[in-house]
Design a protein around this ligand. Structure first.
Ligand SMILES: [Zn+2]
Length: 242
């Protein structure tokens, strides 16, 4: 099966990007059954032209910190979880050959590409990071660091738990004034819609955002923490400037 590249429809050829599926195996070195994870990463990433030993991963904390990484950071979290970059839920870089990754099981991954600089970002957007507007944090970082303009950006979403399945407490305390859906007395959250809105509010063009609309809970092709709890493996979302 070809890796799914959520930026593909934009016809960009100087960036490698894709998310994995359950069939590719667990990609986490710390969650789920990690026995085959390094081999799984090697196999999946080689299809993208990425050497798994160079991968940069995070100790994700559901915050809004986005780190700028460069060549010397290559390999942080590639072979052991302990060396991952701490306290971050996103990365940006403008250097070719520096592969960035986020690991998820229900949370939304957001791939960002600025062909003008060029520069890239990857973000981990669960509901907590969404509440803290990590989409806006990522775009601000790209503007500060690279001078990226929101209207130049192309954005692709990974799979996530969606409003069909993401039930939240009725008194869900959050800053969302949109994106909560009521159905039969229950409340559901639309993570993808909220992030789309946040990105649009930053100036990203609607037609430059691609959402494959894949639900990790409904679709067994993906891992789901809400469904599988501690046994859940993790999908990888990876991006690299060629
Ligand atoms: Zn669903």
């Amino acid at each position: 099966m070809q890796p799914y590249n959520p930026l593909e429809k934009f016809g960009l050829n100087s960036v490698s990007a894709a998310f994995s599926r359950r069939a590719d195996g667990n990609m986490s070195l710390s969650f789920g059954d990690t026995k085959g994870s390094l081999e799984n990463r090697e196999k999946f990433l080689s299809g993208l032209g990425i050497d798994y030993r160079n991968l940069i991963t995070a100790k994700q904390v559901h915050g809004r910190n986005v780190e700028y990484v460069i060549g010397k950071d290559k390999g942080r979290g590639a072979l052991d979880y302990g060396s991952s970059i701490t306290d971050t839920d996103g990365f940006i870089t403008d250097q070719p050959g520096v592969p960035l990754a986020i690991l998820t099981a229900d949370c939304l991954s957001i791939f960002i590409y600025d062909p003008k600089r060029p520069a890239i970002a990857i973000l981990h957007a669960g509901w907590r990071s969404t509440e803290q507007n990590i989409s806006q944090a990522g775009i601000s970082r790209m503007r500060e660091k690279f001078g990226s303009q929101a209207e130049d950006l192309f954005i692709g979403f990974g799979p996530s738990i969606r409003s069909c399945c993401l039930e939240v407490e009725k008194d869900f305390k959050s800053n969302f004034d949109f994106g909560l859906v009521k159905r039969q007395g229950r409340v559901f959250m639309d993570l993808a819609l909220i992030n789309q809105r946040q990105l649009s509010d930053c100036g990203v063009k609607k037609e430059n955002i691609f959402d494959p609309a894949l639900c990790t809970f409904s679709d067994d092709d993906f891992f789901s923490f809400r469904k599988e709890a501690q046994a859940a493996g993790r999908l990888i979302s990876a991006i690299m400037l060629k």
